[in-house]
Design a protein around this ligand. Sequence first.
Ligand code: ZN
Length: 155
Amino acid sequence: MMFVSHFLFGILSGYFACNFLNCDNTFLFVSIAAVASSFPDIDHVSSKISRKLPPFAIVSHSLFAHRGFIHSLFPPLLLYFMIFKIDSAIAAAVLVGYISHLLLDATTTRGIRFFYPLPFKIKGFIRTNSFAEKIVTMLLLIVIITIVVMTLFIK
Ligand SMILES: [Zn+2]
């Protein structure tokens, strides 16, 4: 999936998680989740995050295959427990954003091995950057705009 799709789904997941968890600062929670939603593609050479952080990208490309360990449930859980000691809300936002990326990638034909290196894989029918993905991106955008409009104007 493309950066934009992950970003939008990160925003949406952050919003719902924040409501569910009754978090104090919706804007902060959603922002962190949106940023964290791009973390997993650090294992992909040409992703946006790799171009922003070349040193990390070089290390992660040489250590991890694309959609390998970095695209499993282990890194977000590890991050969660590491950040939890500092701030539990930030830890939750990172967890939600990161996992939202994995869930969205699981809808693609390449799929996701959530428990990498175990072979168990979940996959869907959407090809990256295809027409189907653009439809998904549009739908995410429409839902987000609807939520923003409703929270701003309907009280
Ligand atoms: Zn990905």
